[in-house]
Design a protein around this ligand. Structure first.
Ligand code: ARG
Length: 555
């Protein structure tokens, strides 16, 4: 049973949902609380008066044992024995399904994420889209949705003409085969610094050849593409993300004309300096470019075709784009054009924007080849994790394997800990700290719980009428909130709700662990505490799994 939902329902107020019920910072104020400030506006009374009135009419029962009104808060005390029993039974019975739901059954969510650019570096700037998208993908699946992960490849554009030109002048097959994406990128960078007028002209010609289906030009292009994909797939495996479709921009080449025709039919196209645009001035936006004066399509044209294709193919309930906030305007324009075309599903297209990630030393320039490759960041984190483990626990078995889980986990958790729209500065020391609000801290807490369980005989029956003490009850409440946290995370497209939950649960568990004996406790305490430990480990695992992080058994 979900206690926050239970409390909200019994309040019987239209504007109050379980999300309005909070966990008060200290338990003397009750176990759950409703801040009445939001109600003050609509009810035209002071929060204190509202809290007092609600208190008088709230029916207590076997679940809610007491209600009080303090400083504009309505505080609830719950039947601790009942809640503890309910929650522990539910977690232990559901195991790795705890927190999952069927709310999404019958609904499909498309998630466009990572969306790499062929033959360009996969750098630290791609971390957020990859791990936010990856987490949303797992989260929606866990909530019962059908999910389609789409890697909208950047595989269209004049840069491929430049690349072919650079390759013809300076490249050779063995070197590129061996150097892979790095060799390709070097060629591209070299073109941008050294190409003269003549080479620029050649590059345009090669691009035209790709477009017109020339065999040799297309073979080269496909080769560059396959080298890029092979490379990024290695990183996806490490980060635990997956895709169901790699339909990139090029895929829409033959799907744009119907869109253009439709725009014209609906009299939405306007000529502007030779180009075809949709005027968005009435909506306070610059025009959306559909065709350039030479007839070439644009990024937005392909996105219009892609959104339409996704609707027709997957009949999505939601169509998400996990893309940096630099593209805010682009998506606003595209969604507006869809709306003007009369697509009622335009409202289901959502730009899930996020902020920039930079490294502490500030190195993140993509020009002149000075790029921080994401792979290097991950590997460096794994190396550093290995050093830390070696220091803390030199006798540990499988140190390499654990360092990999910890290092990768640190990178992912570091990118998912903050509200996604914030710019973050990535610091190796910070994400690898055992004490901070990190993935390592959560993993370490899990390993600690696991070691307690391994030392017990693993057999216990949950006692029936055990009244949890304060530390135990704090953990219980955290555990109970997990299903609701997941729903809110999905609703707001915010994986950080999940990472923050994991840290908070770990903190509460560690407080309990330090204050209360587990293995040497007596009577009903021991089986109860073992159950609590097991349920915590399970819930931490479930939370980390959604973020794409594994829990090492030992650390
Ligand atoms: N490849 C693009 C970039 O790196 C991101 C594509 C996002 N998806 C989309 N449907 N526009 O900026």
């Amino acid at each position: 049973m979900d206690y926050r939902q239970y409390i909200a329902q019994k309040l019987n107020l239209d504007c109050i949902t379980s999300a309005d019920i909070v966990l008060p910072p200290n338990s003397e104020m009750g176990d759950y609380a409703l801040p009445c400030f939001k109600l003050a506006k609509t009810m035209r009374k002071s929060p204190a008066v509202i809290a007092e009135e609600l208190k008088n009419s709230y029916p207590t029962d076997g679940v809610i044992s007491g209600v009080s009104a303090v400083n504009g808060y309505l505080n609830f005390s719950v039947n601790k024995i009942g809640l503890a029993n309910d929650v522990l039974n539910e977690v232990l019975n559901s195991g790795d399904k705890y927190g999952s739901s069927t709310q999404g059954n019958g609904k499909t969510v498309c998630i466009d994420y990572s969306s790499v650019n062929i033959a360009k570096p996969f750098h630290i700037g791609h971390l957020s889209t990859t791990v936010i998208g990856g987490a949303l993908y797992k989260l929606y699946k866990f909530l019962g949705y059908k999910v389609v992960g789409i890697n909208h490849l950047g595989d269209y554009g004049t840069q491929f003409g430049k690349l072919i030109c650079a390759y013809k002048h300076w490249g050779n097959r063995e070197e590129v085969e061996k150097g892979g994406i790095h060799a390709i990128n070097d060629l591209y960078v070299r073109f941008n610094t050294e190409a003269d007028e003549e080479m620029e002209r050649e590059a345009r010609e090669y691009f035209r050849l790709i477009e017109s289906g020339d065999k040799q030009a297309n073979e080269l292009f496909e080769w560059f593409k396959s080298l890029t994909l092979k490379y990024v797939q290695g990183i996806y495996e490490k980060l635990g993300v997956e895709f169901d479709s790699y339909a990139g921009e090029r895929f829409y080449t033959d799907k744009m004309q119907p869109i253009i025709d439709e725009l014209r039919e609906k009299q939405l196209l306007k000529e502007s300096e030779g180009a075809q645009v949709v005027d968005l001035e009435p909506y306070g936006m610059p025009p959306c470019l559909i065709l350039r004066s030479d007839g070439a399509s644009l990024y937005a044209t392909r996105d219009l075709a892609a959104a339409t294709y996704r609707k027709n193919t997957y009949d999505f309930y939601k169509n998400l784009y996990v893309v940096a906030y630099q593209q805010n305007l682009h998506f606003k324009q595209v969604f507006k054009v869809l709306e003007l075309m009369g697509k009622d599903w335009a409202k289901d297209c959502i730009h899930v924007a996020y902020g920039m990630v930079s490294l502490e030393d500030g190195a993140m320039s993509t020009r002149k080849g000075k790029v921080v490759w994401l792979e290097d960041v991950i590997n460096r984190c794994i190396e550093k994790a290995y050093t830390v483990i070696e220091e803390k626990n030199p006798d540990l078995e499988n140190k390499r394997d654990i360092a990999e889980k910890v290092g990768v986990g640190a990178v992912i958790f570091g990118a998912l800990y903050n509200n996604k729209i914030k710019d973050v500065v990535f610091s190796y020391d910070k994400v690898l700290s055992f004490e901070g609000e990190t993935g390592v801290y959560v993993q370490y807490t899990g390993a600690r719980a696991n070691s307690v369980l391994l030392k017990s005989d693993g057999k216990f029956n949950l006692p029936d009428n055990y009244e949890p003490n304060a530390q135990e009850f704090e953990v219980i409440k955290e555990l109970a909130s997990f299903p609701e946290i997941l729903k809110e995370a999905a609703e707001k497209y915010e994986p950080c709700y999940v990472s923050r939950f994991a840290v908070s649960l770990a903190q509460k568990f560690n407080k309990f662990y330090i204050d209360c004996k587990i293995l040497s406790s007596e009577g009903d305490s021991k089986p109860f505490r073992l159950a609590l430990t097991k349920a915590t480990l399970q819930t931490l695992k479930n939370a980390l799994a959604i973020l794409g992080i594994s829990m090492p058994e030992k650390m």
